[in-house]
Design a protein. Sequence first.
Length: 193
Amino acid sequence: DTPTAAASSHFKAEDGRVLQDVYDMGRELGGGASSTVYLATDRRTKEQRALKVLHRAPFDDEYMTAQYEAYKEATEAFHTEMKVLRAVDHPHIVRLYDAFQSQSGFVVAMEFCPGGGLLNYLETAEYFGEDSTAAAIRQICSAVAHLHSLKIVHCDLKPENILVSGQTSTSEKHSCPLLKLADFGVAVFKGDK
């Protein structure tokens, strides 16, 4: 589903930007209980982005406490992810392009990886041999080592949180897709007390 222009206009950033003025919204890529990810095109650069929208939950009296706690947890995870993505610059970590808060929720524009998650990629790949597996592991280890050098621990490393960029890694002599580590909502900064 694509958000309507009316729905998009609710995403007016605190700095005055309106979501539909910045991005052409495309199809839904996925999501969960508190957020939805859309394919979007940056109107200025014409580049595709994955737009993650964390929705503000409507709270009703009967379930107010549970809804508030779930939203608070999702908001904290969103802020953690933004803190990590702003701190890192690595070829195997998904890139952050934009993030803002609106009256309807939080919006983050990230690098779009058309290959989807690594788990799905492996389930549908015709062949992914030992050399490709070793190359994939090297890419993810490089990303994790970079995070650790910044005292960041991912805490949710799994194939679903590794994205396939759609390109082939140029640093590997064996055919392996370029992989990007994503989903830093439960990451921990070891330097924080």
